[in-house]
Design a binder for this molecule. Structure first.
Ligand SMILES: [Zn+2]
Length: 285
């Protein structure tokens, strides 16, 4: 199983969103998950970004005239990180269409709107991956299990009848309102005992799609930015549920790490949580 990652993804920053991929990649390169290999990605092009963002916004990001990006002050390194990791989402889609499954160590995607970044997310690689997949399949599902809602993904893809969105959050940030109940499912969970049943229901809403994009946040975790009672074993089980669902349905799938913060854990511990997502999919194959 290929996990897309290039050294350009990671920048030196206090923000886990742009730094944690290096630690996850190191763990993979050490062979901590059997059957998994890192693969470099090609950066996203301007034309690819224009599939999901307005030209004025894209050009201000590319040129640096925007000054500040959602994930920090503009710099050539931060721009490269965003372009390479977004390109990894496209490459993961193409790989999953061949092999059935791929990952990409890109974070900071689902809040970005057409004309602006928001909450650490500059470019919406989830939307870009969906558009890429839709060049090859009829319908795409987005399973967003970040702690926060994916309002950016909804803003870009919500009106596309080929796209089904299923979004389980534990915190009301970047809220969106379903406009088509046959394709839009959004729920906020406040009690940990209801989390895994909500994940199962969210998957059920995606049964008719041909391709799945899984945005695997670790920020629901009680020590990574989430709510008390959502624990490591619970999130390990969550990812095994998603991976088994994909395997049983022979659903091509890509996954990406999403949120997860070092509020009450080290960067190593956080990366280990994200590595569990990789492990769940590797073991389900
Ligand atoms: Zn989040």
């Amino acid at each position: 199983m290929k996990i897309f990652y290039s050294p350009e993804y990671a920048v030196d920053s206090d923000l886990e969103t742009v730094s944690k991929s290096r630690v996850i990649a190191r763990m993979i390169s050490e062979g901590q998950v059997p059957g998994v290999e890192l693969a470099p990605s090609k950066p996203a092009s301007r034309n690819e970004l224009l599939q999901v963002h307005d030209a004025a916004y894209v050009d201000s990001v590319l040129s640096g005239s925007i000054g500040r990006l959602a994930a920090g002050d503009w710099s050539p390194e931060l721009l490269r990180s965003i372009l390479f990791s977004t390109g990894g989402m496209r490459d993961a889609v193409l790989e999953a269409l061949q092999s059935g499954c791929a990952g990409c160590l890109a974070s900071g995607q689902h809040h970005a709107k057409r004309n602006r970044g928001f909450a650490l997310c500059t470019i919406n690689g989830i939307a870009l991956a969906a558009i890429e997949a839709l060049k090859h399949v009829r319908s795409v599902g987005v399973l967003d299990l970040d702690a926060h809602f994916g309002g950016g993904t909804f803003a870009i893809l919500g009106s596309d009848e080929r796209v089904h969105l299923s979004d389980v959050s534990v915190e009301d940030l970047d809220h969106w309102t379903p406009t088509d109940l046959s394709r839009h499912h959004r729920v906020e969970i406040k009690e940990p005992a209801k989390y895994l049943p909500a994940v199962r229901r969210a998957l059920k809403r995606l049964e008719s799609v041909d391709f799945l994009i899984y945005y695997a946040g670790m920020d629901p975790h009680e020590n990574a930015g989430g709510i008390p009672g959502i624990t490591t074993p619970m999130l390990q089980k969550r990812d095994r549920i998603v991976a088994a669902w994909c395997r049983n349905k022979r659903m091509p799938v890509i996954f990406a790490p999403a949120g997860g913060y070092t509020e009450q854990m080290s960067l190593e511990e956080l990366a280990t949580l994200h590595l569990d997502t990789v492990r769940a999919f590797a073991e389900a194959r």
